[in-house]
Design a protein around this ligand. Structure first.
Ligand code: ADP
Length: 737
């Protein structure tokens, strides 16, 4: 702004200076004209004076030659006389011509002319007399002095004119001098004015130049700033001139386009910045050129790829804006772009996650439908059994059939719910492995034992090949039995009746490999990996003939991985049977530890204990009593909390199985009440609940229980729990009710 102001000042100064100089020139011209005029008037006066002088001199010459002729009669004098007289007349005429502008001088001329004519006449008479008369006659004629008088008169008249002309000359010379003086003065003034003007101009010029240098410094500073910004910016920047030729390319732009700045400068932008559509591969219009054409800011279409000089491609995102000068004229365009490969990758990944979530959501919905179906399956025969119960109560055989059926259904339901809880625990990372050294051969025996009834019921033929030597692994016995049991159970479930199932245990290097194969329906190749995912089943229809929730193999896989092992499924296709291979790392411990805590170890070795069962549901209490008695225990039962406390105080049983959810006093309250008595510290308290979550176990232990057992339980589980009880220190006979 300041610069513009200074420039205007400077231009105004130059204008004023030119004006002053022009005025000066005008005045000088005028003065010089006047001086020239005055000089020519002076020269004219000199001319007039010269002519008057000639009038007198030619008269004198004419008179001298006239006298010569009169005296000598020599014709040479006569010729000279005539010439002189003609000159005299000519000079009078010249004077007349020269003084036309001077009335006073003109007024004197007629008299001069007439006196000159008189004198001429006198001399002509003298000549005639000389030619015709004697010399004496002429002498007398000349002696009259008439001629001298006329000549004197003529000279006097001319002298008057000369005097007037000289006076005029002196006036004009004075005027001329004054004109010259004023010319000099005005020139001096003009020069002075011009000097002042030049000084002012120089001052303004200096100010203007200083403003320019300040502006230049500012521009330099801003340029440095801009360059620093362009270098440090993470985006590519290209600037063009108004014709769309490259004028600047920052480091990122150089890297992405593959053009070095010196090579790119001056080239058309479309050559340096080549973009195509990601899918169609057609060239995309350059946004900077469009910004130049339309004069507005523009973004780039999606899916644009920049092709660099060496042919490599970058997905980019960019925008362009026109650059205008102070007057708003289009000066060029600026193009800013960035490489978005990483962003695109993240978007794609996000999309994959979304797809996976959608898929998981779909599977969850499917699972809920399957779950409802699977829970209803055992429920309906149970409900039927309850209804026909009164009808067959007296028929022992029918009752036994009913009991077995109900047991199977309850087992199936228990299994479903256990699997669900296990999956939930594993998914939340809540599962804890109680690891110990164990022989895989023993584990396989345990698993076979668990599924044997089912395998037998299906009529399958089971072949088992155990390893020659112990194959010791570090693992959780119950969980590993679950792994092999699940695979075995599937083999039995999916193979048609009377199938063949083979189990083999081998030691291979540092690993133990367990192969379980069947000659069942096999698994399609695309499902071999998927069946290990949650809720995945080969047969997805609700009418599936085998039931199940699709989580058994998920448990197998997660549990195996928790043991640093792996599991794979193989099948040669539909109808070709399936093979499941579990591989576990062998333990370095060479101990031959067996299935510690297993059922067989304690068969018959349990001491006879006095046990109290507490459950508000009479049937449950009774079945549990029966199970305990079947393994030789002495059992009593009560059905509420306060009776339980009372019983324990009076009878001091060695073991109490306590239901938790009871009206009035809960199992926790009973446990706490018992633990308040120091004398009852040895009583072995076992919590019986329908809830097997970690939290429930923790609460039970906090309330003073020694153990926690999830309902429904098995004889084996009861045996195992009783075997963990420490030796009692005191005995008192309980009163069994
Ligand atoms: P579920 O048996 O409850 O469906 P799993 O996770 O145990 O769930 O098994 C997943 C699926 O794998 C089964 O639904 C079945 O389609 C397939 N599958 C598992 N074992 C076998 C096998 N031995 N033979 C054929 N198919 C099998």
């Amino acid at each position: 702004m300041q610069l513009v102001h200074n420039r205007r000042e400077l231009i105004a100064g130059i204008g004023a200076l030119v004006g002053v100089l022009a005025l000066n020139a005008l005045v000088a011209h005028h003065q010089a004209g006047r001086l020239r005029e005055d000089s020519s008037r002076v020269a004219h006066t000199h001319e007039v004076l010269a002519a008057l002088e000639h009038v007198v001199s030619s008269l004198t010459t004419a008179e001298t030659n006239y006298r010569g002729y009169v005296i000598t009669a020599d014709s040479a004098y006569l010729d000279r006389y005539h010439k002189a007289w003609d000159a005299h007349i000519a000079s009078i005429e010249q004077v007349e011509r020269l003084t036309t502008d001077n009335p006073k001088q003109q007024a004197a001329l007629p008299e001069i002319k007439s006196v000159a004519a008189a004198r001429h006449e006198q001399m002509e008479r003298g000549i005639t007399l000389r030619d015709t008369q004697s010399f004496e006659v002429v002498r007398d004629f000349v002696g009259t002095n008439q001629g001298v008088e006329t000549s004197g008169r003529l000279q006097s008249l001319v002298g008057q004119m000369q005097a007037r002309e000289r006076e005029l000359l002196s006036v004009r010379a004075r005027e001329n001098r004054s004109a010259y003086r004023s010319l000099v003065l005005s020139n001096l003034a003009a020069a002075l004015l011009a000097l002042v003007g030049v000084a002012a101009f120089l001052w303004l010029l200096n100010r203007y130049l200083r403003a320019i240098s300040r502006a230049t410094a500012l521009i330099h500073e801003q340029r440095q700033l801009l360059e620093a910004m362009l270098i440090s910016i993470g985006d590519g920047v290209i600037a063009t001139d108004a014709a769309g030729h490259v004028v600047l390319l920052n480091a990122v732009a150089q890297q992405l386009t593959g053009w070095k700045q010196p090579d790119a400068i001056g080239r058309p932008l479309s050559e340096v910045f080549q973009i195509v559509n990601e899918e169609t591969r057609r060239p995309v219009e350059n946004p900077a050129l469009r910004a130049l054409r339309e004069g507005r800011i523009l973004g780039l279409a999606n899916h644009t790829v920049l092709i660099s000089r060496d042919g490599s491609e970058w997905p980019i995102d960019d925008s362009a804006a026109p650059i205008r000068d102070a007057q708003g004229r289009m000066n060029g365009a600026i193009l800013v772009f960035r490489e978005i490969r990483e962003r695109k990758r993240q978007q794609a990944e996000l999309q994959r996650h979304v797809n996976a979530l959608n898929e998981a959501d779909r599977r969850k919905d499917e699972f809920l439908a399957t779950l409802a179906h699977e829970l209803r399956n055992p429920l309906s025969p149970l409900s039927n059994a309850l209804q026909i119960w009164p009808l067959v109560e007296n028929d022992r055989h029918e009752m036994e059939q009913l009991r077995q059926m109900m047991e199977r259904q309850v087992q199936q339901m228990t299994r479903l719910i256990d699997d669900l809880l296990d999956v939930s625990r594993i998914t939340r990372g809540k599962i804890e492995l109680r690891t110990q050294s164990v022989d895989v051969n023993t584990l396989i025996s345990g698993a076979i034992e668990a599924v044997q009834p089912f395998v037998t019921a299906c009529g399958h033929q089971l072949t088992v090949t155990l390893a020659d030597a112990p194959a010791i692994v570090e693992g959780d016995v119950a969980r590993l039995i679950q792994v092999f049991g699940n695979i075995l159970h599937n083999a039995a479930k999916y193979s048609g009746p009377k199938g063949r199932i083979g189990i083999a245990v081998r030691r291979v290097d540092e690993e133990v490999v367990v192969t379980i194969e069947d000659n069942g329906p096999g698994i399609p190749p695309h499902m071999l990996r998927q069946i290990f995912e949650m809720f995945q089943q080969v047969d997805q229809t609700l009418e599936r003939s085998h039931g199940g929730l699709g989580i058994g193999l998920t448990l197998v896989k997660r549990l195996t991985e928790l043991h640093r092992g792996r599991v794979e499924a193989f099948s040669d296709g539909p109808g070709q049977g399936s093979r499941f291979v579990v591989t576990l790392p062998l333990s370095h411990a060479s101990s031959e530890a067996g299935l510690s805590g297993g059922t067989s170890q304690h068969d018959g070795s349990l001491p006879r204990l006095r046990i109290l069962v507490v459950d508000d549901v009479e049937a449950s209490a009774r079945t549990l009593m029966m199970m305990l008695r079947s393994i030789g225990q002495e059992v009593a039962a009560v059905h509420d909390g306060s009776s339980a406390v009372d019983y324990v105080l009076h009878n001091s049983p060695e073991v109490v199985f306590l239901d938790i959810a009871m009206p009035g006093m809960s199992g926790y309250d009973v446990a706490r009440a018992i633990r308040q008595h120091p004398g009852l510290a040895d009583v072995f308290l076992v919590a019986l609940t329908g809830y097997g979550q970690e939290d429930d176990r923790r609460k039970a232990i906090e309330a003073g229980f020694n153990h926690h057992l999830t309902k429904p339980t098995s004889i084996e589980a009861l045996e195992q729990i009783l075997s963990t009880r420490p030796e009692p220190t005191r005995h008192e006979a309980p009163q069994v009710t």
